[in-house]
Design a protein around this ligand. Structure first.
Ligand code: NAD
Ligand code: MG
Length: 374
């Protein structure tokens, strides 16, 4: 019986994780649940799972539980938690990931922003505390599944990308896309922030940076291909030219389960079995980097390294929130990112304070750019 703490249990990944755990009660028990501000949903989950710890990150929303941002670290470091599922969205998940790794936990990481902001610090925390990161992101789970049990020799990764709702739209139309249009993802049902990231392709830039840290590959060995059906999740090319891919219908249940069981597997009757005929023709095409500029901007930030990825992430978070608030049009998201990155001189990301300062700086600059576009 392994204890599982879920950070962000009321979100899309958090709820899916609980769906998976409901079928695996013989192997795992839920020991902690935390949410951002959705007190009612958290109360319902707490009643079902009766974990030892329940916390709400938003201060003042007292449901009889501890509140405030510290609840994430508290949940992530509990002695009865063997695995921490970090399903928080955005920079808010960073400290809990570091704390869990320092405390020797397995972190099943959906919160990719953590690795983007501070990949080196995360790796150091894992080394220092004996913890390990296992990705939940479907592409990275695919890579891990392709290489596990093999004598690495991994030369190149190709991450697939659905292309989002605007894959085939004329460039001028994409600039004016509405919030409703951006939230209509063709293949995945996810939280709002990552759904917008999937429409700008910023998500794929975040994922390349994530892959760089997880699999220790240089950016020249990381590629993106558009695959609208979202059936192949990643390709791994080995040094002899052989390519292994992982396939499945788009659902986060399998990557979440695998992050809990890696390197082993457990049967799960709830996962839809694969059917190549039903999957239909599989197609691949290059990304339209000229239209979806956030992809190139993010990769450039990754290559620059140091504090640049944290700045990219923070500018993107602010721009996406402004777009969702209808304060800027869709096309301005990548303008805000570009402007903030252009003003930033990357420094080595030597400590959590340095990263957090870069994050704060970028948010201030991004908000200025958002205001100036009103
Ligand atoms: P979501 O918005 O549906 O859920 C986010 C969760 O985090 C909620 O429980 C919310 O209450 C909590 N939260 C938000 N802000 C918080 C804060 N400041 N402090 C503490 N808790 C906070 O998001 P999601 O789609 O579940 O995505 C979560 C993470 O997983 C993101 O990093 C995303 O990129 C990644 N991810 C999601 C999917 C997916 O299918 N949804 C796939 C791959 C990766
Ligand atoms: Mg992904």
């Amino acid at each position: 019986m392994r204890g599982v703490a879920i950070l962000g249990s009321t979100g899309s990944i958090g709820r899916t994780a609980l769906d998976v755990l409901r079928r695996q009660r013989d192997h795992f028990r839920v020991v902690a649940l935390t949410a951002g501000r959705n007190r009612d949903a958290l109360a319902a989950q707490a009643a079902e799972w009766r974990p030892g710890f329940v916390g709400l990150a938003q201060p003042g929303l007292n449901g009889g539980w501890p509140t405030g941002p510290d609840v994430l670290v508290e949940a992530a470091t509990r002695p009865d938690a063997d695995i921490v599922v970090n399903a928080v969205v955005g920079a808010a998940g960073l400290e809990a990931t570091l704390a869990a790794l320092h405390a020797g936990k397995r972190v099943a990481l959906a919160n990719k922003e953590t690795l983007v902001m501070a990949g080196d610090l995360v790796r150091q925390a894992a080394c220092a505390g004996g913890g390990e990161i296992v990705p939940v992101d479907s592409e990275h789970s695919a890579v891990l599944q392709c290489v596990t049990g093999r004598d690495s020799g991994m030369d190149r990764l190709i991450l697939t990308c659905s292309g989002g709702p605007f894959r085939e739209w004329p460039a001028a139309r994409v600039l004016q896309a509405t919030v409703e249009e951006a939230l209509r993802h063709p293949t995945w049902s996810m939280g709002q922030k990552i759904t917008v990231d999937s429409a700008t392709l910023a998500n794929k830039a975040l994922e390349l940076i994530e892959a760089h840290h997880l699999f220790r590959l240089p950016y020249d060995a990381l590629e993106v291909v558009i695959h609208p059906q979202s059936i192949v999740h990643a390709f791994v090319e080995f040094c002899d030219g052989s390519v292994i891919a992982q396939l499945g219908f788009p659902s986060m249940e399998l990557p979440i389960l695998y992050a809990l069981t890696h390197p082993g597997r457990l049967p799960d009757a709830g996962v839809r079995r694969f059917d190549p005929v039903a999957a239909g023709p599989l197609t691949f095409e290059p990304p339209r980097s000229d239209v979806f500029r956030a992809l190139g901007a993010g990769i450039a930030a990754g290559r620059a390294g140091g504090t640049a990825p944290a700045v990219f992430n923070a500018a993107n978070e602010v721009a996406v929130a402004a777009f969702l608030d209808r304060a800027i049009p869709f096309g301005r998201i990548s303008d805000v990112i570009d402007a903030v990155l252009a003003a930033h001189a990357p420094a080595p990301a030597t400590s959590l304070e340095v990263v957090q300062e870069a994050d704060r700086w970028a948010r201030v600059r991004a908000r200025e750019h958002v205001r100036s576009s009103w």
